[in-house]
Design a protein around this ligand. Structure first.
Ligand code: PAF
Length: 279
């Protein structure tokens, strides 16, 4: 595996790979890798000739009060994991190269970015869309892989790729969970032992909601209330949002019909966790 720090070098490598007719698969990450990321790499290896993974904690997608500074970083550990999965190139750009002093451009995807995490983390999806655009222009992937845990992010990126005619296919893979159901996330590393136990309530609430829908409940309000009641039993939990949206356009639903996404963001102590389930 080759570590690449320079944007110009990564672009040279990608252009040469494309010229040689190689299919480039790309797994963009912010590092502190877990099984969720590695499952994207494994799928990428099946589909593509070359795997590029990026590790970049993108300052643009964090609000001023958010966890940019304390976001977990461990390049040595990540490089070992990526190497084991036979990633071909690990691209680790530097802040000063990604956003130099004369940087001026922001990518904004309207509509789908406005609700849920977009409403509660102003600027977040502009930061994501901007960095992903930059990474696509540097890595020149044929296919890029994202996790369904960040369902709204995946929808924002799909919309951006469609709207801007980007020549990249977006592949969204299922959420990877711990044995007790907690969705894998780099932020789980912040949880202490009792918060880690409390965090199981997110998946329990989603499963309870799915059972209610399967039994015939069609009121989104009643289902959300039921989830709220369950989550509020956990002292460390503070609900940021629980919503039921159309799985395609992320518009909120009053009545359950067609494919819906149950989505939530909950603080467990000082740790903000998100999870979702398509039903
Ligand atoms: O999902 C992430 O890890 C990040 O939001 C991404 C897509 C790498 C952009 O910084």
């Amino acid at each position: 595996m080759k570590l690449v720090y320079s944007i110009a070098q990564m672009q040279r490598i990608s252009r040469a790979l494309r010229k040689a007719g190689k299919i480039i698969g790309f797994v963009p990450t912010m590092g502190y890798l877990h099984e969720g990321h590695l499952s994207l790499v494994r799928r990428c290896r099946k589909d593509c000739d070359m795997i590029v993974m990026s590790i970049y904690v993108n300052p643009l997608q964090f609000g001023p009060q958010e966890d940019y500074r304390r976001y977990p970083r461990d390049l040595k550990r990540d490089a070992a994991l990526a190497g084991k999965e036979k990633v071909d190139y690990l691209f680790v750009p530097r802040d000063a190269d990604m956003y130099p002093g004369n940087y001026n451009t922001i990518v904004e995807v309207k509509g789908i970015s406005d609700s849920m995490c977009g409403a509660l983390r102003p600027g977040h999806f502009k930061g994501v869309a901007t960095v992903v655009t930059k990474l696509f222009n540097i890595v020149l992937p044929d296919v890029a892989y994202f996790g369904q845990k960040d369902a709204q992010q995946a929808a924002v990126i799909k919309s951006m790729v469609r709207d801007l005619n980007m020549a990249v296919r977006i592949n969204v893979l299922p959420i990877r969970r711990e044995p007790d159901g907690l969705a894998m996330s780099s932020r789980n590393a912040y949880l202490n032992a009792s918060q880690r136990r409390d965090a199981r309530i997110l998946y329990e609430a989603l499963r309870k909601a799915r059972r209610s829908i399967e039994k015939g409940e069609r009121s989104a309000r009643r289902i959300s209330e039921e989830m709220k009641k369950l989550i509020c039993k956990v002292n460390s939990a503070i609900i940021e949002y629980i919503v039921i949206v159309d799985a395609r356009d992320f518009k909120e639903k009053k009545t359950i019909e067609g494919r819906v996404l149950l989505a939530l963001a909950v603080w467990i102590g000082k740790v903000r966790l998100i999870d979702n389930m398509e039903v």
